[in-house]
Design a protein around this ligand. Structure first.
Ligand code: GLN
Length: 532
């Protein structure tokens, strides 16, 4: 293996253009050529991690195996590449500053004045290179959050400038911009792209490759014009047109030779384009599926991004079951005894989502009572699993006031409780039970049927747990604890064996479902949902 190569992905003109998907697609194409690739995300906000961010601000909080609360783009990286990311794959400005300030307090800087350049930029550069030097990757792709021109982005851009200068051909910048279509003029406009590239140039970065996000086909002429105005080679101007699924994007990038251009620019052998056979098979199967599976998603956020990994897991598993996923969002705040029948009747399956706090919780109980008594396949994830046990305690065990300590501190029937070690915690950030833990599955269970093995590891993100004092009573009355943590004896999976498919997991299976390795529980849930 030669030296590690660094690819920086920046964005201009507007946010939400899909830098994460472009980074993942580049990663996918390089990986398919046999390279060892990882992707990291640098977020310019001051929070230490997104764990304390409201999903309305920043979408879902993703969790890595090593227990880091991370940006949802890491989910795309894992789903596209089938790799596992870690804490080192997601850095925020908050973490950069914290580490510099901690060093300053220790006296590490020997009397120097601490400044953005060089101290903050050095820390950024150190973090960029950390993954490459530690794990021997051929390529480290670094996605910079935010948009070029933001105040917050400046130290990152300055770091990229320096790294490009220091590394020469071993570093490269891919800049993603937007080409709007003016309907009245019937014209695609390149001016915002030109301005955004100028902005980059003004901080000393010449992008090597431009990816133009567009809703309409871009002509060769237009690309030529962009190339000329932006000092970029013609074949290094690539379009990224809207696709029915994000999983088509790597193929579209390959068609335009994006990976080839990258390799050539970095002085690497090009060789033959990879066939991407399993990936194409997945897409074929997805496009072929005609029948739909209708899944109701019960949660409190009216925002797709808040449940990103769950949505992707459903749609992947639908493909592997030869179905199109029709996902209906059901706001739990609006679910009542009166309307539940009308809202849930047509669902093939229902997922009760993870979450925090009291808002919308009663609607989750209403939904679960309905699906339990109507034998609709149901999947409870984290808070969803906790709600399954609370609903069962209330309506089957007869404890009307059963609850989680999170919702009612004084409940006499705390079927979901706070752990001893969580009680003393005062800091909210990064203190939950986080990351991958072992779980042993009972052989005579739906979960075992799905996983086909006894020992699994799944990722967690929660403070509260099933209260083992009630375990016997639950089991005697028909809800079994079929997944147990072998060290702590904590309950990780519950199910009602007498129902078609009624499973709750304290962990988050959605974080580990990938395009080529869909999660066994989602596969089995969708399968149950489609068997009439
Ligand atoms: N709020 C619950 C807890 O902290 C569940 C968390 C979740 O759904 N991720 O235990």
């Amino acid at each position: 293996m030669g030296e590690t190569k660094y690819i920086f992905v920046t964005g201009g003109v507007a946010s939400s253009l899909g830098k994460g998907i472009i980074s993942s697609s580049i990663g996918k194409l390089l990986q398919a050529r046999g390279y060892n690739v990882t992707i990291q995300k640098f977020d310019p906000y001051i929070n230490i991690d997104p764990g304390t961010l409201n999903p309305y601000e920043h979408g879902e909080c993703y969790v890595t195996v090593d227990g880091h609360e991370a940006d949802l783009d890491l989910g795309h990286y894992e789903r596209f590449l089938g790799i596992q990311t870690t804490k080192a794959n997601n850095i925020t400005t908050g973490r950069i500053y914290k580490s510099v300030i901690d060093k300053e307090r220790k006296g590490d800087f020997l009397g120097k004045t601490i400044q953005v350049v060089p101290h903050i930029t050095d820390e950024i550069k150190r973090n960029v290179k950390l993954l490459g030097s530690k794990n021997k990757f051929d390529f480290v792709i670094t996605e910079i959050g935010g948009t070029v021109g933001d105040i917050e982005s400046f130290p990152y851009l300055e770091s990229i400038r320096q790294l490009k200068w220091e590394m020469g051909r071993n570093a490269l910048c891919v800049h993603l911009t937007y080409v709007p279509y003016l309907a009245a003029a019937k014209e695609l406009k390149t001016k915002p792209t030109q301005h955004s590239v100028k902005e980059l140039q003004s901080v000393g970065i010449q992008p090597d490759i431009l990816v133009l996000r567009t809703e309409h086909q871009l002509s060769a002429e237009l690309r030529k014009k962009v190339a000329l105005f932006c000092n970029v080679d013609e074949n290094a101007v690539v379009q990224s047109i809207d696709m029915p699924t994000i999983y088509e994007v790597p193929l579209k990038m390959q068609e335009q030779g994006l990976d080839e251009t990258i390799l050539k620019k970095m002085g690497m052998p090009v060789g033959e384009a990879p066939a991407l056979i399993p990936w194409k098979k997945f897409l074929e199967r997805r496009n072929k599926a005609k029948e739909t599976v209708k899944i109701g998603l019960v949660g409190k956020y009216d925002l797709q991004d808040a449940y990103k990994s769950i949505l992707e897991s459903i749609s992947q598993s639908a493909t592997y079951n030869d179905r199109k996923a029709d996902i209906q969002f059901l706001n739990s705040e609006k679910l009542t005894e009166e309307n539940v029948e009308q809202k849930l009747k047509g669902m093939d399956g229902v997922i009760v989502c993870p979450g925090f706090g009291q808002r919308g919780i009663e609607g989750k109980f209403v939904a679960l009572k309905y699906t339990r008594t109507h034998n609709i396949p149901t999947f409870g994830i984290c808070l969803g699993m906790q709600c399954m046990t609370i609903e069962f305690a209330r309506n089957v065990l007869g404890y009307e006031d059963a609850n989680s300590r999170e919702m009612d501190e004084k409940t006499p029937h705390n079927v979901i409780d706070i752990m001893e070690e969580q009680k003393a915690i005062t800091n909210m950030g990064g203190t939950m039970r986080l990351g991958a833990y072992d779980c042993v599955i009972s052989k005579d269970s739906k979960a075992f049927e799905a996983y086909k093995k006894e020992h699994i590891q799944e990722r967690h993100r929660h403070r509260y747990e099933f209260n083992n004092d009630y375990k016997k009573e639950f089991e005697e009355n028909g809800m079994k604890c079929v997944g147990i943590n072998p060290e702590s004896d904590l309950v990780e999976i519950v199910e009602i064996p007498s129902l078609k498919w009624f499973v709750g997991t304290q962990f988050h299976p959605e974080y580990s479902s990938t395009v080529l390795n869909p999660h066994p529980l989602f596969l089995s849930f969708i399968k149950a949902a489609i068997t009439k």
